[in-house]
Design a binder for this molecule. Sequence first.
Ligand SMILES: Cc1c2[nH]c(c1CCC(=O)O)Cc1[nH]c(c(CCC(=O)O)c1C)Cc1[nH]c(c(CCC(=O)O)c1C)Cc1[nH]c(c(C)c1CCC(=O)O)C2
Length: 337
Amino acid sequence: MTTPLLVRAARGERTERPPVWMMRQAGRHLPEYRELRNEHSFREAIETPEIAETITLQPYERYDVDGVVMFSDILTCLEPLGFDYRIESGVGPVVPNPVEGPADVPKDHRDVETELDFVYDLLDRLSASVAETDAVIGFAGGPFTLASYAVAGGADRQNGAIRRFRAEQPAAFEDLLERFADVVAEYLRLQVDHGADVVQLFDTYASVLPPADYEEYVRPLHRRILSAVDAPTILFVRGMGGRLEQLRTGGADAVSLDWTVDLERAREELGATPVQGNLDPTLLFADPETVRDRTAQMIEAAGPRGYICNLGHGVGKETPIESVAAFVETAKNWEWE
Ligand SMILES: Cc1c2[nH]c(c1CCC(=O)O)Cc1[nH]c(c(CCC(=O)O)c1C)Cc1[nH]c(c(CCC(=O)O)c1C)Cc1[nH]c(c(C)c1CCC(=O)O)C2
């Protein structure tokens, strides 16, 4: 069996060129995605394995990236805990039955494998349709980010609702995070059973907590979740540039950095820890030549060992295809001397 390039980089190996994929590579910047979404709601698309497979493979076919990220959403993990959700166009995620007080914190969760069987069906398909040299990437949301949606009932600037909940109801806050951690640990563990070669944990919003609280409530859960996963793991939390040590010790094999972090300095601070990132996604609105230059500078700064070429966050909605292609090609044509 051939080990995918992306897996080798996530394990910290030196690779002949950096593997490349993009967060949110399947989605609204692709006309073929928008076309399919005209016919199906978001929930219908992620819950129908045939449709989710088609969407997952769209960026693979168009750009020949080194990994496909299963087309799904972090919000699926709300369901085993009894929360409903939908994605409203122009609004974003909506949770119609949010947590309002301690009594709304679930005591237990439903069976993850049964509840989220469409995800496992999707992964079975992807492991059959993706080449051995390329990686199938699974993922889940982190407990803080999921709890933020469950408490705020939707997107929430600065995550004020969950931060206030933690102050008013500290025990319930801790319980809620624990419940999500249970679901996410099981969810990711099963993704690997169904063929995920790598998994990424997105606790995107967790850095809004003060560092001491992050240390107390969030990091131990990341470590617990990731220790249950029998495949290379990547941890993404936005805004951790000043706290790289907290990210490095989160229990993942590799860390994913946002675009505000200086890659060369981060490499010095992080030592041997593999890194993924971190081109500013809005730079992809520049012309392809500029994108090539900036991507090359980034790869130079990262160096040949334990590095996965990616953006610092997801591909934006109207991003021009030619510039995305220029980003991917720069990594694919790279040769370390
Ligand atoms: C916080 C978060 C969410 N979802 C996700 C996160 C963590 C990563 C991050 O910080 O970006 C993760 C996510 N969401 C999606 C993917 C898989 C596809 C991929 O990465 O290629 C992944 C990995 C698809 C999606 N998830 C969503 C879309 C857009 C759906 C559409 O309108 O067609 C996609 C492609 C919906 C969604 N779901 C969520 C948001 C904020 C939105 C966008 C709302 C909007 O802009 O209307 C919650």
